[in-house]
Each structure stands twice: as structure tokens, then as C-alpha cells.
Write a protein that binds this ligand. Structure first.
Ligand SMILES: [Zn+2]
Length: 366
């Protein structure tokens, strides 16, 4: 039996290498869709002190459950200040009063990890550039430099953060702002290079007063309006640990999704702290499910895993959303879990490789 198949394979090889190529392409494409539970649009391989599982361990966690995943670090390093924390080394931004700082080496770390993988494993991952300060007019130049240093690697930028509870206030220097031209430069460059953008920006302040106007909704919409070209994923639909969904949150999101001026805007439902709102009651789940079914192409699922220790921790958020998966029609569910990722990230890959082919001298050597 083995001999027969070897013979057959040999004949195929001599008769038509093209056919084999075609076969493998087709099987790769179908592997992207039906066999897996989800693709992960929001994943941090490392934590606030740049530690995490190896990229090979992560691929094992994806296993047969997760088809493809984004992979990025965390741009903000938690300082260990001996005077503040002594021997208690903080590993998370909520573990210390010491500040955070931008750690650009994360992009090189992610790129080298990705490049250490064989081709078929790389095909499952979409690395993202995060190691820049969005208040710096030079941030866009960092992104360009990363593409030029590591052509053939990155699909997008982010998750990067403008306003985030507890985090923004811990970064010394200028506070990042949605109204800062530095952010406009970043998004202009993302559009030029075809990079998909994952933006974290809280819709409101923590513990906002019930019924008050969300602090950053108007600014974030103005930013989106200024940038109709880059594909932007608004992470967590603007929510956070203490940034609760404002009254009419679903209507606020819908207003964006139905406006043709915002056709390049997508939202993700990543993070266990966000999932908790939508599985808190059947009413909350239904409201999100109904919205998804009205705009099935505009939602992505991501875990927001950050340096998970093992597969069961990594898959927790997906399981947490079980009531949501049960509430969606099969087609919407497939789009949110799998197909929207493939469409958006495949298109970005194609565009970025194309930009690199004309802007990077050594492109193609990879
Ligand atoms: Zn986030």
C-alpha cells in the first residue's frame, strides 16, 4: 500500500508539480475555514514584562481548535522600581504604582519568533507592530522601519492604545490623544502600506455616571471620519474592566456600523472583562447577537489572551461566550469566529507584501 502511494506520488511529481502545488493550496485554504472553532483576531504573545510562552508553545495551544491568529506583544513595559516595590517584582500594570514605558524591542522579538517557524506554521499567524508611542510624531516612522527591517512578516499594527483605564495615566510624558496629529500620521501610513489597525480606545471613563455622554465617543468617531481608508478594528467595542457599556451602547455601535462613512470600521469582542457584560443576562447576549446578525461582516472574535500558560487558559474567553455562540445563526457565527478574520487579514497581507515589494530594497529575499 505504501509502495503504491509512493509510486503514485512519484508519478504525480514527474507528471505535474503544478497539480501538487494546486492540491496543497486548496487544502491550506480549506484548512482555514470549517475545521476550526475560531481564528483569533486579538492575541498578545507576551505580557507587561515581555515574557510569555514560546511561539511554538502557542501553536500547540492553537492546536486543532484555533486556525489562525494574530500575534503581538505588549508595547508597554511595567517598570520594576526597587524603591516602590522592593523584591516584589510586578508583572502586570495593575501590580504596581511604578510607571510604564514604550518597549519597541517587542516588534523585533515578535518578528524573530515568527521567522523561526517553518513556512506552514507562519501561514497561520499574522504578526502585528505595537512598539511605538502614539503621541510621538515619529511613530509612523518606527512602523515603516519595522516593515523595512522585517519584510514578509507583519500584517498590521496594534493593538495600540490611546485611552485606557489605569494605563494611560501611568505613562510619563504627553498623554496620548485621539486629536493628536501623531495618530493621524500613524493611520495615514497604515492606509498607505495596507496595514490592518487594531485600536484600543475606551469609549468612556471608568465608573462613568449612568446616563452621561461617553467621554471619547465623539472623538473616536471624528478620528474614524478623518481616516476612511485604513481597515480599523476598534478593540473591545470601546469597553473595559470598569468602562461599562453605556446605556444605548448597542445603538452607539450600530450608528457607526450603518454609516457608509465608517465602512472601514470593524469591532472586536475580545477580553474576558468585556465578555462578562454580554453573558451577564440573556437580554445582554441577545442584544449583541441581534446586532451581529444585522452586521455579520463587521464583528471579529478575539481572545485578548496575554501570555497564556496553557491551552485551557487560552480558550477560556471563547468558552465564556458560549451563550452568544448559541444565540447566533450558523452563518453569522461562522463569519464572526472565522471568515471575517480571513477576509480582513488576507487582504491586509496582500497589500502589505505589495507595499514592501516597492518600498523595501531586500523584499523578496525572505
Ligand atoms: Zn485592549
Amino acid at each position: 500500500m505504501k509502495m503504491v502511494s509512493t509510486l503514485y506520488a512519484r508519478r504525480l511529481l514527474t507528471v505535474s508539480p503544478l497539480l501538487i502545488l494546486l492540491f496543497s493550496c486548496v487544502s491550506l485554504a480549506s484548512a482555514q475555514t470549517e475545521e476550526y472553532e475560531f481564528n483569533d483576531s486579538h492575541f498578545h504573545l507576551t505580557n507587561n514584562i515581555q515574557e510569555g510562552p514560546s511561539i511554538r508553545d502557542f501553536l500547540n495551544m492553537m492546536g486543532n481548535t484555533v486556525g489562525r491568529s494574530t500575534v503581538f506583544g505588549v508595547p508597554l513595559q511595567q517598570e520594576w522600581l526597587y524603591g516602590v516595590d522592593g523584591d516584589r517584582a510586578p508583572t502586570y500594570y495593575l501590580h504596581s504604582d511604578a510607571p510604564l514605558y514604550y518597549y519597541s524591542f517587542t516588534d523585533a522579538w515578535i518578528a524573530m519568533a515568527y521567522k523561526s517557524l517553518p513556512k506552514e506554521q507562519r501561514a497561520r499567524l499574522d504578526p502585528m507592530i505595537t512598539g511605538f508611542n502614539p503621541a510621538d510624531m515619529y511613530a509612523a516612522d518606527h512602523i515603516r522601519r519595522v516593515l523595512q527591517t522585517f519584510p514578509g512578516v507583519f500584517t498590521g499594527i496594534g493593538e495600540f492604545t490611546i485611552h485606557k483605564e489605569f494605563v494611560s495615566a501611568k505613562i510619563p510624558g504627553t498623554v496620548a490623544s485621539l486629536q493628536d496629529p501623531a495618530v493621524d500620521r500613524i493611520l495615514d501610513f497604515a492606509a498607505e502600506a495596507g496595514l490592518v489597525v487594531i485600536l484600543h480606545n475606551d469609549i468612556d471613563l471608568p465608573f462613568a455616571k449612568e446616563g452621561s455622554d461617553p467621554a471619547y465617543l465623539h472623538q473616536v468617531k471624528a478620528l474614524f471620519k478623518r481616516h476612511p481608508n485604513p481597515t480599523i478594528i476598534w478593540a473591545h467595542m470601546g469597553l473595559g474592566r470598569t468602562v461599562r457599556p453605556p446605556a444605548n451602547h448597542a445603538a452607539m455601535i450600530e450608528e457607526i456600523l450603518r454609516d457608509p462613512a465608517f465602512r472601514n470600521i470593524y469591532v472586536d469582542i475580545s477580553w474576558d472583562e468585556v465578555a462578562k457584560y454580554f453573558v451577564a443576562s440573556p437580554k445582554a447576549t441577545k442584544s449583541l447577537a441581534d446586532l451581529m446578525q444585522r452586521y455579520p461582516d463587521r464583528f471579529l472574535f478575539g481572545t485578548d489572551g496575554a501570555a497564556p500558560a496553557d491551552q485551557s487558559k487560552y480558550l477560556k474567553v471563547f468558552q465564556q461566550y458560549e451563550p452568544l455562540w448559541k444565540s447566533l445563526d450558523p452563518e453569522t457565527s461562522r463569519k464572526v469566529r472565522l471568515q471575517n478574520y480571513e477576509r480582513i487579514f488576507d487582504e491586509a497581507r496582500r497589500k502589505v507584501r505589495n507595499w514592501e515589494s516597492t518600498h523595501v530594497v531586500s523584499a523578496g529575499s525572505n
